[in-house]
Design a binder for this molecule. Sequence first.
Ligand code: GLU
Length: 281
Amino acid sequence: MAGFVTRFAPSPTGHLHLGHAASAFHVWDTARAAGGKVLLRIEDIDQTRCRPEYEASILADLEWLGLDWTGPVRRQSEHFDDYALVLENLKARGLIYRCFKTRREIAAALPAGADPDEAPYVGKPVPPAAESERLARGHAFAWRLSLCAARDALGARYTAMAFTEETSNGARMAPANPCAFGDVVLARKDTPASYHLACCHDDALQGVTHVIRGEDIREMTSVHVMLQALMDWPTPIYRFHPLLLGPDGKKLSKRTGDKGLRAYKEEGMTPGDIRAMTAAA
Ligand code: GLU
């Protein structure tokens, strides 16, 4: 297909594992079948967890697997200014607000046991005087995208939000339901961009036509579709691949026996062996 552009977007928080390899094979196989290209994006926004040595190891492992990409690698940590501009735009339109709630305060407002980092939180901006006071005192805050403001800004487009999902049986329109995620965090006081913001910005900037990602990010895609609508970015076509599961039926992890591709390589395994091991997904 002419103009098919997809991407592989790992976060360099560790070495590539079998689960990553399975995902990479899905991305490259789909692009090859479509005669398209794959871009490589390093999602290293979280500078506390990402390390250059992991990035180097990811690049080396992809080369070992025979997966090559088009053009230069885009490293998100080199583009914080781009993300700050998006934030400014959303701020000027009243779509984001500073949330000063601590994790403990958020947890208290949620049902018992809910994870404050995962559970949907819906809040509202603090009044300007209180906000100035908190800023003057150096309080930490998160920039949250207001679902309520987004709904007002998008009007009828909000209820019509949907995306094309391609499956092996054809394409379907999947409705987007960002409500389930509440007011998502787009940045923090000391972190200029979250995954949602940087990912959607870069997909638009890089002309990504197809996003191929794990099933575990299917629901989250609704948030991305809303952000794309608010920023007038095109919505790519999405494909979701099954996750590689461990013996317990859960996503394969270090605990369930997954290990870095390097360890398999050192044991004498070939890229063909890795492909065979990931074929279940
Ligand atoms: N950095 C994300 C990950 O590794 C990218 C996923 C995506 O946006 O498709 O899960």
